[in-house]
Design a protein around this ligand. Structure first.
Ligand code: AMP
Length: 219
């Protein structure tokens, strides 16, 4: 199964992508996670993108596309993949089509998670991430067992720089300008299912599976 998850920052894409990857054995590819891990490791790519992420802007298409192209070549993508945060521009979507058709493959579905903007702002502001391993938490929806500490590695939980209120607003503006048009792009190809991203994590997951079933992507 080859899936794209669309949705504003804070719409729950990452959480749902992980559930999909685990249930269907898909490779979960999230450029935002990759960029943050490169920043933590202090690599050349990390240094290049650090300021861009902190400002809530988009990393350039060429760099992002190269990153995704490499990941999709890996053996772990044999059973398919779920892309979380890619594509974010029309030109990235076109590149994805080219990458897949070059391998005789095509996308099965783009699932757009719809969440009200007020709720998005609230979610983003209650989001924390482990400073050591990068595991995400939401203080309201998925709090850690011990306040301020990562369940997995005990690392300190911090606010992502791009979850500060001014940056969240900038990311929403960037989303509206560059990423929202992707819904029309996939709708035109008959590849779009819109799903409400409101409510409990498991409820949303059931809605996504219903959309997959409707498209005959599940037995
Ligand atoms: P995310 O974790 O998906 O919210 O992404 C965090 C940040 O990484 C974004 O605000 C961008 O700065 C950068 N980023 C993630 N995905 C992309 C993409 N497809 N194209 C350009 N920049 C991206």
């Amino acid at each position: 199964m080859r899936l794209v998850l669309l949705g504003a920052p804070g719409s729950g894409k990452g959480t749902q992508a992980k559930l999909l990857a685990a249930e269907f054995g898909l490779l979960h590819v999230a450029p935002g996670d990759i960029f943050r891990s490169e920043i933590r490791s202090g690599t050349e790519l990390g240094r290049l993108v650090e300021g861009i992420l902190a400002r809530g802007e988009l990393v350039d298409d060429a760099t992002t596309i190269r990153l995704i192209d490499t990941r999709l070549l890996s053996e772990e993508a044999n059973e398919g993949f779920v892309l979380d945060g890619f594509p974010r521009t029309i030109s990235q979507a076109e590149a994805l089509d080219r990458i897949l058709s070059g391998r005789g493959e095509s996308l099965d579905l783009a699932v757009a998670l719809e969440v009200d903007e007020g709720a998005i702002l609230k979610r983003a502001l209650s989001r924390r991430v482990c400073s050591q391993c990068g595991k995400p938490y939401n203080l309201a929806l998925e709090p850690p067992k011990m306040a301020g500490k990562c369940d997995d590695c005990g690392g300190e939980l911090v606010t992502r720089k791009d979850d500060l209120e001014s940056t969240v607003k900038e990311r929403l503006a960037v989303y509206r300008e560059f990423t929202e048009p992707l819904s029309a792009y996939y709708a035109e190809k008959g590849l779009l299912e819109v799903v409400s991203g409101e409510g409990e994590v498991n409820e949303v997951f059931l809605r996504i599976k219903e959309a997959l079933r409707k498209r005959n992507l599940l037995e």
